[in-house]
Design a protein. Structure first.
Length: 280
């Protein structure tokens, strides 16, 4: 017998708790070794992890586009990823979805004593961040983990590079390893750009990639000092570029041409035209 209620899968009634139970049952059915979906059955944590990252990006994309009609579906896709990993873990006797939800519920309550406990809510965001780190350290100690934890430990390797860079820089800044103002950051950008130019003319591809990475890293630092999210800023720039290039394609089409039939001079003029027309 399967470890789920088959009737629940086709019962779309009820509130969010019922719908969550239904999703768990659907996932269990898909992974059933006898009657499930062959593709779902053969997946494991490693093969599903890239989809988890992709779905998180699609949620961010829908938010950036303010596509509120798409967001429920994208959030549902992301919720499926959590249930998928929990189902695979359950099959291997590691943990189940109740453990996942219990862990995050306990963490959120424990890490917000100013909401769920007796501590004052009259704290600055900086103090709350410091308290959060202190609570995490206490949790590690209670779990028997080493108290010797590096400042940069725990910043996930799987994060997008821009997001990981800003987290690494924020961690270092907490212990005073940071430039005092944007002036020093801008000076460093000029320095790194000059080094990249020199590398382009005299060094191999590995050294060139290193210098390019250094420049990107400092650009992230500038965004952090300006209070900007590099990932969100670049995402917005990508969208602006897409809209303006779409404008170029439409104008060329009106002239009976495609981009491959044009040249840089014509397309650059159309780009300036798109800017003048307020395409952002």
């Amino acid at each position: 017998m399967p470890g789920y209620d088959p009737n629940l899968i086709f019962d779309a009634t009820g509130g969010y708790l019922r719908q969550f139970e239904r999703l768990v049952a659907i996932m269990a059915a898909l992974r059933d070794p006898t009657t499930g979906c062959p593709w779902d059955i053969e997946q494991d944590f490693d093969t599903i992890a890239p989809y988890t990252i992709e779905e998180a990006h699609e949620v961010a994309d829908a938010i950036a586009r303010k596509a509120w009609n798409e967001l429920p579906g994208e959030l549902g896709d992301l919720a499926l990823q959590v249930v998928y990993h929990a189902q695979m873990a359950n099959e291997g006797g590691k943990f189940d979805i109740a453990d996942v939800l219990g862990a995050i519920n306990a963490k959120m309550v424990a890490r917000h004593p100013h909401v769920f406990g007796d501590e004052s809510r009259d704290k600055t965001p900086e103090q709350q961040t410091a308290d959060w780190e202190a609570i995490k350290a206490a949790e590690r100690k209670a779990a028997g983990k080493s108290e010797r934890v590096g400042v940069l430990d725990g910043v996930a390797l799987g994060l997008p590079a821009l997001s990981r860079a800003i987290k690494l820089q924020n961690r270092a800044a907490r212990v005073g390893f940071d430039w005092p103002s944007t002036d020093e950051v801008l000076d460093k950008i000029v320095e790194e750009a000059r080094e990249l130019e020199e590398a382009r003319d005299s060094l191999g591809p590995d050294e060139l990639a290193e210098e390019y990475g250094d420049l990107l890293f400092v650009m992230v630092n500038l965004g952090r000092h300006l209070g900007l999210d590099p990932e969100a800023s670049l995402r917005a720039a990508n969208m602006k570029f897409t809209r303006r290039f779409n404008y170029i394609e439409r104008e060329l089409q009106a002239r009976g041409k495609a981009p491959k039939d044009s040249d840089l001079t014509e397309m650059d003029a159309l780009w300036d035209q798109a800017k003048a027309a307020g395409v952002k």
